[in-house]
Design a protein around this ligand. Structure first.
Ligand SMILES: Nc1ncnc2c1ncn2[C@@H]1O[C@H](COP(=O)(O)OP(=O)(O)O)[C@@H](O)[C@H]1O
Ligand SMILES: Nc1ccn([C@H]2C[C@H](O)[C@@H](COP(=O)(O)OP(=O)(O)O)O2)c(=O)n1
Length: 221
């Protein structure tokens, strides 16, 4: 039986770090759905598309192909790099991520990738929309201040000029946008287990989830 693990939560709660480590230890696939929203958000922004215009977005997405191969993303055949990892790309992802057309386009792709395999997928609506049948659903949270500090350290390490106050503002704004939108909002799935990572190390979070996985997926690793 396939083991499906869904990790949802707000920006900076540790989803990507934890999901990657879990996938490695369990020897299963990993999917970062946020990267896909960042790719589409940045592309639509660069095309000057109005986030509220369904027609404009549909027209552009009809000519777009996104592929996911061996952990890498390709947009119209071109491999995606760190350009999607900026704070601003996260803002565009959140803005265009509220569009029903964008969500339909990406959710279809995400369901195809997650089908018929054991996988750890992370984002905002994995446990509620993309993999509602996941045996393990984690809702990973942390205080906005802790999440902004983590993002600040992360972006500084990448040599990017960032302001903690601006990051905190953006994180609070994205939290609000992501959880108040009509379609597939960021909410804890009824059967999800909430973990607050504010005062936990990555290892402690991974260990907590591994315990749940071993019990529910009967995996030995
Ligand atoms: N429990 C934790 N304790 C300390 N730092 C963490 C923890 N979880 C994640 N981080 C760090 O915080 C930053 C953001 O983590 P990330 O996994 O990208 O969060 P998300 O995917 O939820 O936005 C990364 O630099 C990561 O190494
Ligand atoms: N499944 C998802 C994943 C991301 N999004 C949107 C909302 C998020 O603010 C942006 C960016 O997501 P991402 O996980 O890359 O952002 P963080 O790493 O958490 O800062 O994309 C979404 O709407 N649904």
């Amino acid at each position: 039986m396939h083991c499906k693990i869904a990790i949802d939560g707000p920006a900076g709660s540790g989803k990507t770090t934890v999901a990657r480590e879990l996938a490695k230890r369990l020897g299963i696939e990993y999917l970062d759905t946020g990267a896909m929203y960042r790719i589409v958000g940045l592309y639509l922004h660069n095309c000057g598309v109005n986030p509220d215009s369904t027609e404009e977005i549909e027209k552009i997405l009809n000519e777009v192909s996104i592929e996911y191969k061996d952990g890498e993303y390709y947009l119209n055949g071109k491999k995606i790099g760190d350009e999607i990892r900026t704070a601003q790309a996260g803002v565009y992802a959140s803005q265009y991520g509220a569009s029903p057309v964008v969500r339909k386009f990406l959710t279809k792709l995400q369901k195809e990738i997650c089908a018929n395999r054991s996988i750890v997928a992370e984002g905002r609506d994995i446990g509620t929309v993309v993999m509602p049948d996941a045996q393990v659903k984690i809702f990973l949270v942390a205080s906005p201040e802790v999440r902004a500090k983590r993002r600040y350290e992360e972006l500084k390490m990448k040599g990017l000029e960032v302001s903690y106050d601006e990051l905190l503002r953006q994180i609070i704004e994205r939290d609000k946008l992501d959880s108040s939108r009509e379609i597939a909002p960021l909410v804890k799935a009824e059967d999800a287990i909430e973990i607050d990572s504010s005062n936990l190390s990555v290892e402690e979070v991974v260990e907590k989830i591994l315990e749940i996985v071993k019990e529910r997926c009967k995996l030995t690793r």
